[in-house]
Write a protein that binds this ligand. Structure first.
Ligand SMILES: [Zn+2]
Length: 480
């Protein structure tokens, strides 16, 4: 509701209050200001905006100052409740319930007004509680990251589930094909249907009545994303997910389906066979793993974090950093000191400028991985970074290990070295004192707005999804 509309409700109540004090009827006051009683009534009910000249006339007729008439305060306690009720009934939250508007008159008992207002307050409180605030979202995300760190980013149950599903689809070796993904869906009793009109707020929609999984058109570039999306949709079924009851549960389900899809595209046995051979030959490289399984560099790097500690006897870290140095995703169980905010959250924090995740952007040859040793207060790390770009800008994907484990990786002989003293701010966050004394108070930069990584999802039956669109979509397709 616009503040203007809400002010009109207060204004109307103030006019009615002063009119009552003067003992005037609507028609009597109307006569004095040249308005029909019915028009004055509309103004008192906040449904018509009076002209300034009318207001001046009304103020004069009631013997009050115009400023007094325009005050934003309710004239008395009952009026305050009535104003609050009128506003609440105009709120879309109430409108969505499809219930009638209650018109309060002089004869309405005070207890009835108090009761209605109390219910509206509770409705508003519950609605705001259901929406995950950015703080809640960040906290849930941090807790999940810590949980996965404790588990070395490894989930044996989902590994086994994916392995069984992939084997049953007839897959033998190499990259999982679209055909094999379809077979997996068929075994679950679902058919994969590619459509052009998926609701904007969804990545896929599953019709549980007609057993169909709707996906975006098969012809979109980078079709490997499509296999992953189909697998994620199947993951919800296979893992028995119910509608998430909280934001934390929503994130947990997301993590599980992503894990399932990755474990199906890069099955444990085949991946370990590939990675163990590479390790033995001291030729480990994310780019090779990526190419062998036909996935993105990021997917391969993340998959390595699932298997490295539990099966390859390595600790490691993973970073996805944007062109401006902000951390979008991060994982470590090797002690690399990730930048954190006061809540322990890492997303959106800037990583050290000396780290390979950032220095790779300035490196000229970007077709292959960039390798670097970095001395940090927590020891020396070796990192391999691959840069890329999307419509949203540049990004880098890094995987790294403590110095002693670099010997298994291609690129270990790099002569590229850097020293990082972060979180000490004099490392790369604080300008040199002679420079800052020259410029302090003489610069006015304008910040670029950060599209936040963890903005809260709109509330709804499914977080972040417009269910009306989804149901309409299913209606349209179920008839086919
Ligand atoms: Zn630094």
């Amino acid at each position: 509701m616009s503040p203007q509309a809400s002010d009109l409700i207060t204004l109307g109540h103030r006019i009615r209050h002063f009119r009552g004090e003067r003992g005037l009827t609507l028609d009597q006051l109307g006569d004095r200001v040249g308005l029909a009683g019915s028009q004055l009534s509309l103004i008192e009910n906040g449904r018509r905006e009076p002209k300034l000249s009318t207001l001046q006339d009304v103020a004069a007729a009631l013997g009050v100052d115009l400023a007094d008439l325009l005050s934003r305060d309710a004239p008395n306690t009952r009026a305050a409740l009535e104003i609050e009720l009128a506003r609440a009934q105009k709120n879309p939250l109430y409108g969505a319930l499809g219930l009638p508007q209650v018109k309060v008159t002089k004869g309405t008992p005070l207890a009835a007004v108090e009761s209605l207002v109390g219910l509206h307050r509770e409705l508003a409180r519950r609605a705001s509680e259901a929406i995950a605030t950015p703080e809640e979202a960040r906290r849930a995300n941090t807790e999940l990251r810590e949980l996965m760190r404790d588990r070395d980013n490894y989930m044996p149950d989902i590994e086994q589930l994916a392995e069984d599903q992939v084997r049953a689809s007839g897959h033998v070796s190499g990259a999982l094909t679209h055909r094999e993904v379809s077979v997996m869906a068929e075994r679950l009793g679902f058919s994969l249907i590619y459509v052009n009109d998926l609701p904007n707020s969804t990545r896929s929609v599953t019709d549980l009545v007609n057993h169909r999984i709707y996906l975006p058109p098969a012809s979109i570039p980078g079709g490997h994303g499509l296999r992953s999306m189909a697998l994620q949709a199947m993951g919800h079924r296979l893992l028995g997910h119910e509608r998430p009851g909280s934001y934390a549960e929503f994130l947990w389900q997301r993590l599980q389906i992503n894990y399932f899809a990755a474990a199906a595209l890069m099955p444990r046995e085949a991946s370990l066979s590939f990675l163990s051979t590479a390790k033995r030959e001291r030729e480990l490289a994310v780019e090779d793993f990526r190419d062998a399984f036909g996935v993105t560099h990021e997917a391969a790097a993340l998959r390595l974090t699932n298997l490295a500690t539990s099966h390859l006897d390595m600790t490691l870290h993973f970073l996805r950093v944007t062109g401006d140095g902000a951390l979008q995703k991060g994982y470590e169980n090797d002690g690399l000191p990730l930048p954190v905010d006061v809540t322990g959250s890492i997303e959106g924090q800037y990583v050290c400028k000396q780290w390979s995740a950032r220095s790779a952007f300035t490196h000229t040859n970007r077709t292959t991985e960039f390798y670097q040793y970095t001395d940090t207060p927590a020891g020396t790390f070796w990192c391999a970074t691959q840069t890329g770009a999307t419509d949203a800008g540049e990004f880098s994907i890094s995987v790294g290990v403590p110095f002693a484990q670099a010997k298994w990786f291609r690129g270990r002989e790099t002569t590229q070295r850097a020293v990082s003293r972060c979180p000490d701010e004099t490392c790369c966050r604080r300008p040199a004192s002679e420079v800052s004394s020259r410029w302090v108070g003489k610069a006015w930069p304008s910040a670029r707005l950060h599209a936040h990584v963890l903005s809260p999802l709109p509330s709804g039956t499914f977080p972040g999804v417009d269910d009306t669109e989804v149901y309409e979509f299913l209606e349209a397709h179920a008839a086919e």
